[in-house]
Design a protein around this ligand. Structure first.
Ligand code: C5P
Length: 224
């Protein structure tokens, strides 16, 4: 409990993952991408033919999920393994994010992943990103950041990312999918996406990631 935690929550495409990784790299702390856990669980459910509403089987799967993260160097995203198979590319797909947000609404799933997420808190500290890191998983975090951006800007960023990877996408469809996922994440009963009461809210719509990082740096003093 003495080990410091910094949480970065927000909707998809807000830049929270990149910011959290940069902070972890800067502080030389551990990093947890909690969304990746939900994504890996969605992938595993698909692999084992478990229906997205079968909460009992999903709970058992979440408890025994054989997932490993190997932290990348230089701010690179962690490599992710499910049952010893590297799944970094598969979990980044739009379908996997959407499937993850469906199973993430189940209380049994969230309960099973809670302890696993808390286990990432190791010395010298942890930076983590997700939807409920500051509200539910680490309510005592030293610094809580809630990063937002307009839905259009988030869709545009996602579109650019996909294009860079050579994956074709339609901006209008992306906007629609992002809005749908936001709605599911914000309207669910358990651990909905919302800023913690003591979170600092930062809108990144008109900011490059380096500017977001510069803005956050002074907030670290006294927190690490
Ligand atoms: O952040 P990312 O887009 O990878 O998350 C995928 C989905 O997992 C989200 O849409 C959300 O439904 C779920 N999630 C969650 N709680 C977290 C992180 C992710 O419910 N802490």
């Amino acid at each position: 409990k003495d080990i410091p935690v910094i949480t970065v929550d927000g909707p998809s495409g807000s830049g929270k993952g990149t910011l959290a990784q940069r902070l972890a790299q800067h502080l030389e702390w551990h990093y947890l991408d909690s969304g990746a856990m939900y994504r890996v669980l969605a992938l595993a459910a698909d692999k084992h033919s478990i229906a997205p509403n079968d909460s009992q089987q999903l709970e058992a799967l979440a408890q025994n999920l054989d997932v490993r993260f190997i932290s990348g160097l230089g701010g690179m995203p962690a490599r992710v393994f499910l049952e010893d198979v590297e799944v970094g590319d598969s979990i980044r797909r739009e379908e996997c994010g959407n499937a993850a947000s469906k199973i993430a609404a189940l209380a049994e799933v969230r309960r099973a992943l809670l302890m696993r997420q808390r286990a990432f808190r190791k010395t010298p500290g942890l930076v983590t990103d997700g939807r409920d890191m500051g509200t539910v998983v680490f309510p005592e975090a030293a610094l809580k950041i809630f990063l937002t951006a307009s839905p259009y800007e988030r869709a545009r960023r996602r579109y650019k990312q996909l294009k860079e990877k050579g994956i074709g996408a339609n901006l209008k469809n992306l906007e629609k999918e992002i809005a749908e996922r936001d709605r599911r994440d914000c309207e669910r009963n358990i651990a909905p996406l919302k800023p913690a009461d003591d979170a600092i809210i930062l809108d990144s719509t008109n900011l490059a990631i380096k500017d977001v990082f510069q803005q956050v740096l002074p907030w670290l003093s006294g927190k690490n």
